[in-house]
Ligand binder design. Structure first.
Ligand SMILES: Cc1cc2nc3c(=O)[nH]c(=O)nc-3n(C[C@H](O)[C@H](O)[C@H](O)COP(=O)(O)OP(=O)(O)OC[C@H]3O[C@@H](n4cnc5c(N)ncnc54)[C@H](O)[C@@H]3O)c2cc1C
Length: 457
């Protein structure tokens, strides 16, 4: 690899100020906030136009050097740390909110727009609309989130965030720009079809299919009032019953479950938080009454929501980091796994056992996606970032949890490299073949985030 020549080419494409190969700049790009070990990076670039990205892709093909697209870099599972070195393409400068369509209710944005940016733009200019955002820090990009099947407080009602993509503009691995969704045919980015739906190829493929430059995501009406209804279950076995009863009402906006041994009074219980929304306080009060009945019938103890919890959980998005048991050194990573409802009780029981085995305070949670169609389960592990042994301990716990999720019929979400390999081992061979054929056809030089979803046989 002629690094001098590559540096010159990159400087010509994005300008000297927006490329670096200096150790002090690359350091931060060689790691993420999760438990993965650092991996080497050769260059970082910060493009600002679609044309620059096309030229980057052409140059990477010429030099056969990997490209790794990066949004906020907050998945925690090492997805934006290059596996085979190469160029990290930091998308933060492509941060224009191009259009908010109030009638068809979508936002057309560049892919470096962060969730905090879109949220505050809507709050200031379109206070009746809300975007689908995760409970991640506000520097997470909308693109990075929807591209990993992310989820948030609108997901119980409307599904995961990947399902809310109306359209994409992508620079393919050969440098061509391609539009997907209604924007491929119409000037409106209002829908995904009705044409063959290729958008799915770009979701959870972790940057292996191309670089997304623009996207349209659905927006939703913002309710005037919102309240949390809090309950405690003694036995995780009762989870399916209460979730079916809650969703039957059709009244819940978001539904969260959790089990954590801190604070002490929560130890041993599974907490249930259902959100009710309405246009008036009377409507909210009536929904709360209905939920008290539901909780009683489902063997849950209704409780007035403790103030601290109410304040934290009424923030939308929630400041999720409060749920983690941060140790000295402040690291945490979780296995998120999409799971079928029938095995959620077992997931709570065995998840807590794994935490105890590794000496980590159990912090388990879940969120409904589209009613009870799909539950995202979070098995969270904290560690001391300054202690390599403690980080290794967390990695081992994560690995065992990925295996557990698969054993229980679930699928690890935004899986790190070893998790991806566990999924591939179980995957239908013809699914793997199809994915590999598409990938090799689009990207014969394997420049797009190689090492991820690597199908070996
Ligand atoms: C405290 C905390 C709470 C969280 N809570 C949630 C939650 O409630 N819900 C949730 O869904 N997630 C949550 N997460 C996980 C994660 O932070 C979010 O999903 C986040 O939105 C990911 O966005 P990002 O910009 O950081 O993506 P990145 O990590 O930068 O990227 C994610 C993936 O997308 C690819 N990618 C990024 N941009 C592009 C592009 N332009 N073109 C092609 N590929 C691209 C990357 O290569 C990578 O594979 C949480 C994380 C933390 C730390």
């Amino acid at each position: 690899m002629d690094k001098e020549k590559i540096l010159k080419d990159l400087e010509n494409i994005v300008g000297k100020d927006f490329v670096s190969n200096k150790a002090e700049d690359l350091y931060i790009y060689s790691q993420d906030p999760g438990a993965s070990l650092p991996r080497p990076v050769d260059f970082v670039v910060m493009p600002s136009t679609v044309g620059e990205i096309q030229n980057l892709v052409r140059s990477a093909n010429e030099h056969k050097i990997p490209l790794v697209p990066l949004g906020g870099g907050l998945t925690l599972s090492g997805l934006v740390i290059p596996v085979k070195g190469g160029i990290v393409v930091d998308m933060k400068r492509m941060n224009k909110i191009i259009e908010i369509n109030e009638l068809s209710k979508y936002a057309l944005i560049e892919s470096g727009v962060t969730s905090g940016q879109l949220l505050s733009h809507l709050n200031e200019n379109f206070p009746n609309l809300q975007p689908p955002v995760p409970d991640a820090p506000p520097s997470a990009t909308i693109a990075g989130n929807v591209l990993i099947h992310g989820s948030g407080y609108l997901s119980q009602k409307y599904g995961d965030h990947g399902a809310m993509i109306n359209g994409l503009e992508v620079v393919l691995p050969d440098g061509k720009v391609c539009k997907l969704g209604s924007c491929a045919v119409s000037k409106f980015w209002f829908a995904r079809g009705p044409i063959p739906d290729l958008i799915g190829l770009f979701i959870s493929s972790f940057g292996t299919m191309g670089i997304i430059t623009k996207l349209s995501i659905q927006l939703f009406d913002k309710p005037k009032f919102r309240e949390v209804v809090f309950g405690l279950l003694n036995d995780p076995k009762d989870i399916p019953n209460i979730l079916l009863k809650i969703t039957e009402t059709g009244l819940a906006e978001d539904v969260l479950l959790g089990k954590q041994d801190k604070p002490d009074w929560m130890k041993g219980y599974v907490f249930v938080i259902a959100y009710v929304t309405g246009e008036s306080q009377e409507e909210i009060d009536s929904h709360i009454k209905s939920f008290k009945r539901v909780y009683r019938k489902a063997k849950a103890r209704y409780m007035k929501t403790p103030d601290r919890i109410r304040t934290a959980y009424l923030e939308k998005p929630i400041f999720a980091a409060t749920a983690a048991d941060f140790r000295k050194g402040g690291g945490f990573e979780y296995v998120g796994a999409n799971m079928p409802l029938e095995n959620i009780p077992e997931a709570y029981k065995r998840g807590a056992e794994i935490s105890k085995k590794y000496g980590i305070i159990p912090t388990l949670g879940s969120r409904l996606i589209g009613g009870t169609h799909n539950i995202v389960m979070f098995f969270s592990y904290s560690f001391n970032r300054a202690d390599p042994k403690d980080m290794e301990n967390a990695r081992n716990a994560l690995h065992e949890t990925n295996k557990l999720a698969l054993e229980l019929g679930g699928i690890p979400w935004k899986a790190e490299l070893v998790g991806q390999q566990l999924i591939l081992e179980k995957m239908d061979p013809n699914y793997k073949k199809l994915y590999n054929t598409i990938r090799s056809t689009l990207d014969p030089n394997r420049i797009m985030n190689p090492g991820n979803w690597e199908v070996n046989k």
